[in-house]
Ligand binder design. Structure first.
Ligand code: MG
Length: 421
């Protein structure tokens, strides 16, 4: 079998989130947006797909999301700007990736991974990110699964059919009734537990706005501690809690928060400092008992995960498909962790995360479900799918998709009716 084409289809949707200055999403009034479907076609008529999004938020009934100052303070991209950004992104797939993969055997994912990874070395291929590699790799796995008639996790060496989810909150904000105070975090955590979650992760305030406006909430280690205390009091001792805070605290603030978290019996402590600063993590790790998890955003795929382990600065490793370039390199990370006896917690939601988790022997205890916010309904079927990807039961478990490939049940009528030509 040979790859004959890489196609990009874009279709219209609506989103209710907007990024802050460092990229964390927050609620906003509904606005138009495009979803992208990547397709890898072959000479035998089998096609593999990857989606830019398989989640769909709506605003909860009776909620009016502030659209004024906070939303207006971030520049809305004009259609022209959106178009030019999308054209640049498409160029990477169509002008860099496509010429290299057309003619290749789609089952030789390892070869394709190494071809693309080595292309990343050159500035000529700027834009060929791990995120781009992720979509190519996931489409190849989807293709393999559809060809074999098996879900991807079984092809990876299946281990379990359902995974326990944690409620992953959005990053803190300044919206009254949202995530603007420790009490609001406590109320929302309790609500998540009532919905069935057995674990909750707080993302506290992290709007690193250089103008000083901090429209979504100023990072503050003392406020973080108050929020973590309020949540522990609200959910009691039996719910597992984790925190992911502002990522640029100095050592002393990071230590102060870490000590508070271990007193509150939190399960892990995530990204309180710049992840490239190995020496600071060594310093912090020597002074804390609470498990430190990482790295999440540090580049370098499974090699940097190994460096963190051998440097003794993490107790739990961290990685997601989009962080390392797809399912293929994420499975290498899984096996690296297995060989060191180090747990790995998968970063981010979606089909790739579920299939890898279902094929992991090393924990991986939790699937990151969300991100969640009191204003937003997460439990929706996206209109471009006929079924949701990660529905959760009353005991907090998410079933691993059992359809061939990644498990997308694409709604072709919606996609065709809303295609952006
Ligand atoms: Mg994180």
């Amino acid at each position: 079998m040979k790859i004959t084409d890489l196609k990009i289809t874009r279709f219209r949707s609506t989103v209710c989130t907007k990024p802050d200055h460092i990229g964390h999403q927050h609620p906003c009034p509904p606005r138009p947006a495009n979803v992208t479907l990547y397709a890898i076609e072959t000479d035998e008529g089998v096609t593999g797909y990857s989606l830019s999004s398989d989640a769909f938020y709506t605003i909860r009934e009776g909620i009016e999301v502030p659209g004024g100052n906070a939303a207006a303070s971030l520049k809305d991209l004009s259609n022209e700007a959106v178009q030019s950004t999308q054209n640049a992104a498409d160029d990477v797939y169509l002008k860099k990736v496509k010429p290299v993969i057309v003619g290749q055997d789609p089952f030789e994912r390892e070869k394709i991974f190494h071809m693309l990874y080595k292309m990343q070395r050159s500035n000529n291929n700027a834009g060929l990110s791990d995120g781009v590699m992720n979509h190519v790799d996931q489409a190849l796995w989807d293709l393999f699964g559809r060809y074999c008639g098996l879900p991807v996790y079984k092809l990876l060496g299946g281990h379990r059919k359902k995974v326990s989810a944690y409620a992953s909150t959005m990053v803190g904000d300044s919206f009254a009734g949202g995530l603007s105070t420790p009490e609001e975090y406590a109320r929302f955590a309790k609500q998540c537990v009532d919905e069935g979650y057995r674990a909750v992760k707080l993302h506290t305030w992290a709007d690193d706005d250089w103008s000083g406006d901090h429209v979504y909430g100023h990072p503050d280690v003392n406020k973080d501690i108050e929020a973590c205390k309020a949540v522990r009091e609200a959910v009691g001792p039996d719910i597992e809690l984790m925190v992911d805070c502002f990522h640029y605290y100095d050592r002393y603030d990071a230590l102060k928060l870490g000590k508070a978290l271990q007193d509150l019996n939190y399960l892990w402590y995530e990204e309180p400092m710049e992840e490239y600063n190995i020496e600071s993590y060594k310093w912090l790790h020597e002074r804390l008992e609470i498990p430190i998890i990482g790295p999440e955003v540090m580049k370098g795929k499974y090699w940097t995960r190994a460096e963190w382990i051998v440097n003794g600065i993490c107790d739990i490793s961290r990685s997601g498909c989009g962080d390392v370039g797809g399912i293929t390199p994420l499975m290498k990370t899984v096996h690296t962790c297995e060989s060191f006896g180090i747990p790995l917690e998968i970063h981010g939601r979606g089909a790739g995360a579920l299939h890898v988790m279902a094929a992991m022997m090393v924990p991986g205890r939790y699937y990151e479900r969300g991100m969640l916010h009191p204003f937003l309904e997460y439990n929706n079927t996206p209109p471009w799918l006929n079924a949701p990807m990660d529905p959760m039961d009353k005991d907090g478990y998410v079933a691993v998709p059992q359809k061939p490939g990644l498990g997308y049940d694409l709604n072709w009528d919606y996609i065709r009716e809303n295609e952006v030509k």
